[in-house]
Design a protein around this ligand. Structure first.
Ligand code: SF4
Ligand code: SF4
Length: 242
């Protein structure tokens, strides 16, 4: 899941300072599961904003709503009339949700109530840990299901650094050494020989270095209006449109 946490209340108050009527919008997926942007958190934050602004003599009107997935505009469209009633939107979605609403409402200020932090998982009640950085070229099959990109502090690919101590990473005792875990896991699977095989350098062109990434699935795309639907128009250029 995408893991996020709420910004400090004072920071949110400051962002909203110039507004009088704000719609707080939660998201029903990842941020609900990690307890940062679900219906309960929207309710608590909205109440806190109303109370704190009231105490300061600023009557900030904050209403609440939920969207199943802010990152898909089809879920935003039914709220068009509602959005029009407010002079700002406070999104409790992840950064993708905030941008999705901002794109959907070009004339409305949209503010992030959360700090989107990582892709991860809960490891115990109240604790989430990073597990993937979306490098676009997954190597988990080589490393025993343990990600060296997100779990090794130095993103090493050829074994532990000299700071690995008794299974802990040198950055802090609470952080297990990813490469110790890789070694133990591959050993338990009887795959040490496979682990010792020399791998080619990782292709990072699929990662952030190449700019904003995009996946295009031609098998899922709908034909655009310009596309050829099968009739021979005699216009070769039109038939080449992807
Ligand atoms: S190797 Fe890349 S895609 Fe696979 S888990 Fe790690 S960061 Fe994510
Ligand atoms: S101690 Fe382990 S996890 Fe930490 S940087 Fe070194 S190899 Fe990576």
């Amino acid at each position: 899941m995408i893991v996020a946490e709420q910004k400090p209340l004072e920071q949110i108050r400051k962002m909203l300072a110039e507004h009088k009527k704000v719609l707080a919008v939660g998201c029903g997926t990842c941020v609900t599961v990690c307890f940062s942007g679900g219906a309960k958190e929207v309710g608590i934050l909205s109440s806190a904003l109303r109370m704190s602004s009231g105490l300061d003599g600023e009557a900030l009107e904050v209403d609440e709503t939920m969207v199943q997935r802010q990152c898909e505009t089809e879920y935003l469209e039914p709220l068009a009339d509602k959005f029009a009633e407010y002079d700002a939107v406070l999104s409790l979605g992840c950064g993708v949700g905030v941008q999705s609403i901002a794109q959907h409402l070009p004339e409305t200020r949209v503010y992030p109530a959360l700090n989107t932090t990582f892709m991860g998982m809960p490891t115990e009640q109240g604790v989430w840990e990073e597990r993937c950085q979306g490098c676009g070229n997954c190597v988990l099959h080589i490393t025993g299901g343990i990600c060296p990109v997100s779990r090794c502090s130095k993103q090493l690919f050829n074994g532990p650094c000299g700071g690995s101590q008794a299974g802990h990473c040198e950055i802090d005792e609470a952080t297990p050494c990813a490469w110790q875990m890789v070694w133990e896991r591959m050993g338990a699977l009887g795959l040490i020989d496979e682990l010792m095989e020399v791998q080619p350098p990782k292709d990072w062109s699929t990662s952030r270095d190449g700019g904003p990434r995009r996946i295009v699935r031609e098998d899922l795309r709908l034909p655009s209006e310009d596309e050829d639907y099968g009739e021979d128009t005699g216009d070769d250029a039109a038939e080449d449109v992807a």
